[in-house]
Design a protein around this ligand. Structure first.
Ligand code: NAD
Ligand code: UDP
Length: 327
């Protein structure tokens, strides 16, 4: 079987995109497990405030854009054991506002980090996305499905560069034997996502807490499957711990599927909000449905443990504390 239970030893782990939403949660978890963490971020969408209060000798922050090669000897003395690459804008408004930067991040950036992995003989985990399936013609989506992606539309800067990032990883594995791992993340939510991130979970929670209109794009019949971030972090760590000949790609996500209208109603109910639902234009190429098949992830003994109700309660509590709102 592909899962391998690793003994807890102190490793040096580089997290690119470590000041972002998932990156911050992963950084905190791996620091708690007594690892050395090197966080690399250019703060394009990540926030210094997420990580600036980490007071640990085992934590180092390097402000750097992965599009440029990292002159590692100048900044890092230790051998790197593992690299998690989470550096990429992930929210549609953010990546569509910086399409060429997004493409370079997912292509030049992935080359640069893979070179670093090769030099260090480190394991390299790439966070790909359910977006590689585009507007899926198969439901739920299995890893074997090649997808249905518009190659030049407004989402293509993200979808196609993430697809290319998977190809770059597999070709480092085939040509150089680099120990690569690819995960395809489905919609993930929880603490440390920027309240202005623009994705559906933060938008709806903030709107509901402020009793503002809840902005559903389209008629709300499109579906998504939401995974709480603690489950995602566990999945990333399990994937990193698999045998070297296991590259994935592996879907990570929660297969419980909700329409966006159902999701909006749930947020209103949980926040006890007086918000009204309004319908706004549907963005270009917005996928109609999304649900991961997680049979392969289950072979790593992984499955999501936190149901949407529980995860949403925790997330709402987090945003209540950090935003300034009026009841
Ligand atoms: P995020 O925007 O909160 O975090 C991304 C981080 O990467 C930010 O800190 C940002 O500043 C940093 N970054 C971006 N470009 C960079 C560059 N060129 N150099 C250095 N740092 C850079 O997004 P997230 O939700 O935490 O996503 C993390 C990863 O997971 C991304 O690769 C994303 O594509 C993938 N993913 C996330 C989801 C999700 O639902 N959260 C879904 C699918 C895939
Ligand atoms: N969405 C919405 N209102 C918002 C933000 C998003 O109705 O304020 C919709 C969006 O059109 C999509 C779904 O919610 O159908 C999920 O959007 P998100 O940006 O979170 O991620 P995606 O899965 O599209 O990458």
């Amino acid at each position: 079987m592909i899962a391998k239970k690793e003994k807890k030893i102190m490793k040096t782990i580089l997290i690119a995109g470590g000041a972002g939403f998932i990156g911050t949660n992963l950084t905190k978890r791996l620091l708690n497990e007594e690892n050395n963490i090197i966080c690399i971020d250019n703060f394009h969408t990540g926030k210094l405030k997420n990580i600036e209060n980490i007071k640990s000798d085992n934590f180092k922050l390097i402000k750097h854009d992965i599009i440029n090669p990292l002159k590692i000897d100048e900044k890092i003395d230790e051998k790197i054991d593992e690299i998690y690459n989470l550096a990429s804008p992930a929210s549609p408004p953010h990546y569509q506002a910086a399409p060429l930067q997004t493409i370079k991040t997912n292509i030049h950036g992935v080359f640069n980090l893979l070179e670093l992995a090769k030099e260090n003989d480190a394991k390299f985990l790439q966070t790909s996305t359910s977006e590689v399936y585009g507007e899926p013609l198969e439901h739920p989506q299995k890893e074997s499905y090649w997808g249905n992606v518009n190659p030049n539309g407004f989402r293509s800067c993200y979808d196609e560069s993430k697809r290319c990032s998977e190809s770059i990883c597999m070709n480092y594995y085939r040509e150089y034997g680099t120990k690569v791992k690819i995960v395809r993340i489905f919609n993930t939510y929880g603490p440390y996502m920027d309240p202005k991130d623009g994705r559906v979970v933060t938008n709806f929670i903030i709107e509901a807490l402020k009793n503002e209109n809840i902005t559903i794009y389209g008629d709300g019949s499109q579906t998504r499957s939401f995974c709480y971030v603690d489950d995602m972090v566990e999945g990333l760590i399990r994937m990193m711990g698999t045998d070297d000949d296991f590259t994935g790609p592996v879907n990570l996500g929660n297969p419980e599927e909700f329409s966006i209208l159902e999701f909006a109603k749930k947020v209103i109910e949980k926040t006890n909000s007086s918000s009204n639902i309004i319908n706004c234009p549907l963005p270009h190429d917005d996928p109609t449905q999304r649900k991961p098949d997680i049979a392969l992830a289950k072979r790593m003994d992984w499955k999501p443990e936190i149901k949407l109700d529980e995860g949403l309660d925790k997330t709402i509590e987090y945003y209540k504390k950090i935003i300034d709102y009026q009841i």
